[in-house]
Design a protein around this ligand. Structure first.
Ligand SMILES: [Zn+2]
Length: 276
């Protein structure tokens, strides 16, 4: 039995500290999923946007400025912020225009096209030993041997473990703490291979690809072939997707909801899965 003063200490200090700890943990991993009105289980797959959000080292990072946050002269509470950032950072999508001159912009892609079945190809073991690991056609065929053919119009998600283990530590996610052009030579993380991108857009009628790293091309790519192949084929892409460790290898429905930026080449997106 807990003595009364100990119980008070528990209630007064320990419980709030535990709650704050949970909140802090939540801020670093993903948002709060809640429940689906249709009764299915939701998986939040978005990292929160704050000063630590991972951006390409040459891109403008996310900033938020508190403007008021006070009881005003009328006697009621009022709060608002300003925010700004590059389109390409944190959990976000790429539109085909990003690497294909005639490609569609964010506002030209219908909402329904962003929603579809997701499959997950787990290459965490390969990426542990090789931060520049590139997904192969063999990896896709291995998935198909277990689960059947990649479903038409699906998101093909590569699970590397990089963001899942390290986000938002820039040294471990990007491979460098540097900013600007000086960082580019040090970028290091896994991605898709040109070979598998060609296979998926030509041999499998997919919707798009995504992964838990900052780019669908691996860190040391110099020619961004995966971006060029996917977007020339009018496919979509997701980068820095969260919670891939909790997504099943097949059966989930992925909801990708980008901010509707007119002429957007990419956009921050709220991404969640409805689990089977
Ligand atoms: Zn991007």
């Amino acid at each position: 039995m807990i003595a009364m003063h100990n119980f008070r200490t528990f209630r007064k200090f320990i419980l709030p500290a535990a709650a704050a700890g949970l909140l802090f943990y939540g801020r670093l991993t993903a948002g709060i999923p809640g429940t689906s009105p249709t009764g299915g289980k939701l998986l939040e797959m978005t990292y929160p946007f704050d000063a630590r959000t991972i951006y390409w080292p040459t891109a403008k990072p996310f900033t938020v400025t508190k403007l008021e946050w006070r009881v005003n002269q009328g006697g009621w509470w009022y709060a608002s912020n300003n925010y700004g950032a590059s389109e390409h950072g944190g959990t976000h999508v790429d539109a085909p225009i990003h690497f294909f001159e005639k490609g569609r912009t964010i506002d030209q892609i219908p909402l329904g096209e962003w929603i579809g079945p997701a499959i997950k190809i787990d290459v965490v073991a390969e990426c542990v030993n090789n931060r520049e690991y590139q997904l192969t056609v063999k990896d896709v065929k291995r998935w198909e041997a277990k689960h059947g053919r990649v479903p038409v119009n699906s998101w093909v998600l590569m699970y590397t473990g990089i963001d899942t283990k390290y986000y938002p530590d820039p040294q471990k996610v990007l491979g460098t703490l540097k900013k600007g052009d000086a960082a580019l030579a040090e970028l290091s993380f896994p991605g898709f291979s040109a070979e598998v991108a060609t296979f998926l857009v030509k041999e499998r009628n997919i919707k798009g690809i995504g992964l838990d790293t900052p780019s669908i091309d691996h860190g040391q790519s110099k020619d961004f072939q995966v971006h060029r192949i996917c977007f020339a084929a009018d496919k979509l892409a997701i980068e820095n997707i969260a919670s891939l460790d909790k997504l099943p290898e097949k059966g989930a429905m992925l909801y990708v909801i980008p901010m509707l930026i007119k002429d957007g080449t990419g956009s921050p997106a709220r991404i969640f899965a409805l689990l089977p």
